[in-house]
Design a protein around this ligand. Sequence first.
Ligand code: 3HC
Length: 305
Amino acid sequence: PVGAPEGVEAKKITKVGVLGAGLMASQFALLFARRLGVPVVITDVSQERVDAGVARIGDSVDEMLAKGRVSPDDANRIKALVSGSVSYDAFADADWVIEAVFEEMSVKQDVLRKIEQVIAPDAILATNTSSLSVAEMGSVLTEPARLVGFHFFNPVAVMPLVEVVRAEHTSDEAVATALAVAKTLKKTAIVTADQPGFVVNRVLARVLGEAMRGVEEGTPFEVVAQGAAPLGLPMSPFELLELVGLPVGAHVLDSHHAAWPERFYPGDGLKRIAEHGTILTRDKKGNATGYDPAAVKLVAPAKKD
Ligand code: 3HC
């Protein structure tokens, strides 16, 4: 890939640590176990969350088995490779540790600072941040050179791209290792600069933000969705917002607005909808059937009598 360091050896990965056991973290923990074939340990703030993450991975493996995507042997092998622990001690021998905790700088810095104290001096740290500065995140580390961005997309199993974010401090070895990991995961990697939204979310924030702004300025949700259809997106901007998670979507838009207030939608309407919980109405199978009147009320301008 463009930006790959030349002649630099990737570090061999023998154990993976995943900080965070949420939806996205469990999806890529499964992928690491499946494709790298090494032990993967996940952690979170409580035993319940860790157990839920491990159970979710088990369920996904069962689903893959039922669909014939993995053999029974592979399914057992993947499950055996994944474990959970609330203690960071379980990360001591991991050489690739990726964080996917709450998308807030201080939270991410806190877990990275703590994990750095237990891992080996040459272990690589990665962050799945979608738009925060990797340089700022790494500034609290003793060895910021080991921190690299490694940004997945939803749904992790399907989306082919990973953004490898090279911050000013990031070492060539960390970038080379991230690229080698991406290749083993069968993902395409691009090396991006450390700027808000990197490449993908920067483009996406414009599309999603303008879709929301259109609604706030009086165009109904269904008309905006219909208007966006000729762009060939696999789903409407509003379905996509629900796929990534409304709070995450609102956060992404907010961070772009903070970086470039004059260029990006501030996301206030989306924040109100995120608190409400849904934009779309759905049938029992989860297929979208229309737009939630309560969500419409939260953002559409009041009709004049
Ligand atoms: N998990 C695992 N597999 C999934 C899945 C999921 N959540 N959703 C769909 N799939 C699989 C299906 O099993 C199916 O596999 P198969 O072809 O082997 O049977 C394949 O994907 C296609 O699925 P479907 O036929 O059910 O549905 P579609 O063809 O409509 O595709 C989609 C679904 C892949 C989700 C497609 O709509 C899409 O690409 N949407 C856009 C996704 C996107 O833009 N993601 C980026 C979001 S930005 C982001 O994540 C960054 C963050 O920082 C905000």
